[in-house]
Write a new protein. Structure first.
Length: 133
């Protein structure tokens, strides 16, 4: 249904685009719940989801920086041509999400490699109090 509404938004008169986009958003909400639920029945997708799930802090903290960086990149003609198609337009959010997650996790790994890096670590006093409690 979501893909049908996205496709419909490209062919309806200008005055109907907003209602069709709203309908596609309404359809996307239950799909965003159902698709991951069903995807977790596939073993390798469940493992991938668990891997990302336990690493949400670096993704959460770094994704605004990654998205801002992407926003300032010049347009790539190949990407612009892809997004101008119905399948490309529908899959662009998923592709961008995957790219942001991968880049955020890569930045996190680079930051963790810096000796004495305080980012993404508990302060020493808090860590001691948690281990003694």
């Amino acid at each position: 249904m979501f893909l049908a509404f996205v496709g419909l938004a490209t062919v309806v008169p200008q005055g109907l685009v907003l209602p069709v986009v709203l309908l596609s958003s309404l359809v996307a909400v239950p799909a965003a719940i159902a698709v991951p639920f069903e995807a977790c029945r596939i073993a390798w997708l469940a493992r991938l989801g668990a891997y990302v799930g336990v690493r949400t802090l670096p993704i959460y903290l770094l994704h605004p920086l990654v998205l801002c960086s992407v926003a300032f990149l010049p347009g790539v003609p190949a990407v612009e041509r892809l997004v101008s198609t119905v399948p490309g337009d529908a899959l662009y959010p998923l592709g961008l999400t995957v790219a942001v997650i991968v880049v955020s996790l890569a930045i996190h790994e680079l930051l963790r490699a810096i000796p004495a890096n305080p980012l993404f670590r508990l302060p020493a006093g808090l860590a001691r109090s948690l281990t003694t409690a």
